[in-house]
Design a protein around this ligand. Structure first.
Ligand code: BGO
Length: 267
C-alpha cells in the first residue's frame, strides 16, 4: 500500500516550490470535492510509492475560511500517514501557530523550515534541534528554491509515516485549561480514536460548530465552557489562542537568534 503525506503550511511559505521540487512532473491537479479550491497531488520523484497531497495554504485550522475547512476536513477524515509542515523561517512566529494545531491531530508531523538561504543571509540563526524539542517533532532546515534539504525532509516524513507514531505534542496549556480538556476528552464517544481526542476537545471547547456537526455523539459541555470562561474571564476561543501565542513566544525565545538583537534593544 502506498504512503500518503500531506503538505501543509501558510500561504507564501514556499509550499508550491517544495511540492514541485519533490514531485517534478508527476502531478495531478483537480478540485477538492464540492469546492473550487485547487487540489494537487503528486508522486515523490525519489519514491513512486509515496503520494504528496498539497493542502491549501492556511494560517490555522479554524472554521473561518474555505481553505481552512477544506484542509482540516482532509486531515481529520482522510488521515494522511504523515504531515510535512513547511514553515517560513523568516516568519517563524506567525507560521508556528498552524504547527501547534497540526501537532494535536494525532498524525505524525515533520517540520521543514524553509527559506533558510534568506535566514542565513540575514545573519539570523534557527536552532532546529531546540525547535524540534520544544514542539515534539523532527525539524529539517531547507531551501525549497535551491532544492537543499528537501529530500531529507521527504525522507523523514516517509519514515515518520511508516513508524505510525502519532505526533506527541510537548505543549501543555495552563493547568486550568488542561483540566477542562481532560474533562471534555473523557466525555467523547468511542467513535473518536484516542489519538484524535485532544484535537476534538480543543475544538469543542472553542465552540467550533463545524466540528460538532461531524461527530456522532456531541457531549454536552455548555456548562463546562461557561464555567471556564467565568473563571478565566475570557471567551474560550481567546483563551486557547492566547495560550498558543504564549507557547510560541517561549519557543521563539529559545530557538531563534536575531542578528540585529543588540541594535534593536538599544535603539
Ligand atoms: C516568488 N528561498 C527563497 N529565497 N525563496 C523561496 C524559497 C526559498 O527556500 N522557497 C520559496 N521561495 P511559493 P506558497 C517571487 O514567487 O512556493 C519563494 O504560496 C517572485 N515571483 O520563489 O509560491 C518562491 O505555495 C518574484 O517567490 O509559496 C516564491 O506557499 C520575486 O517564495 C515565494 C520574488 O513561494 C513563495 C519572489 C514572481
Amino acid at each position: 500500500m502506498g504512503i500518503k503525506i500531506a503538505l501543509a503550511g501558510n500561504p507564501n511559505s514556499g509550499k508550491t516550490t517544495l511540492f514541485n521540487g519533490l514531485t517534478g512532473s508527476n502531478q495531478f491537479v483537480g478540485n477538492w470535492p464540492g469546492v473550487t479550491v485547487e487540489k494537487k497531488e503528486g508522486k515523490l520523484k525519489s519514491n513512486k510509492e509515496v503520494v504528496i497531497m498539497d493542502l491549501p495554504g492556511i494560517y490555522s485550522l479554524s472554521p473561518y475560511t474555505l481553505e481552512e475547512v477544506t484542509a482540516r476536513n482532509y486531515l481529520i477524515t482522510e488521515r494522511p500517514d504523515a504531515i510535512l509542515n513547511i514553515v517560513d523561517g523568516t516568519n517563524l512566529e506567525r507560521n508556528l501557530y498552524l504547527t501547534t494545531q497540526l501537532m494535536e491531530l494525532g498524525i505524525p508531523v515533520i517540520m521543514a523550515v524553509n527559506m533558510m538561504d534568506v535566514v542565513k543571509k540575514s545573519g539570523d540563526a534557527i536552532d532546529t534541534r531546540k525547535l524540534g524539542e520544544k514542539l515534539g517533532c523532527a525539524v529539517v532546515a531547507i531551501s525549497a528554491l535551491r532544492g537543499e534539504g528537501i529530500e531529507e525532509a521527504a525522507g523523514k516524513a516517509v519514515k515518520a509515516a511508516q513508524s505510525r507514531q502519532p505526533a506527541m505534542p510537548v505543549h501543555e496549556f495552563s493547568q486550568e485549561v488542561e483540566a477542562v480538556l481532560d474533562e471534555i476528552e473523557s466525555m467523547l464517544g468511542g467513535d473518536i480514536p484516542e489519538e484524535q481526542k485532544r484535537f476534538y476537545a480543543v475544538k469543542l471547547f472553542e465552540r467550533d460548530d463545524k466540528i460538532a456537526e461531524q461527530m456522532k455523539h456531541v457531549p454536552d459541555i455548555f456548562s463546562i465552557i461557561e464555567k471556564a470562561e467565568k473563571d478565566m474571564d475570557d471567551d474560550s476561543e481567546s483563551i486557547i489562542t492566547n495560550e498558543r501565542y504564549d507557547y510560541i513566544t517561549s519557543i521563539i525565545g529559545e530557538s531563534l537568534t536575531k542578528a540585529n538583537k543588540e541594535k534593536l534593544s538599544t535603539s
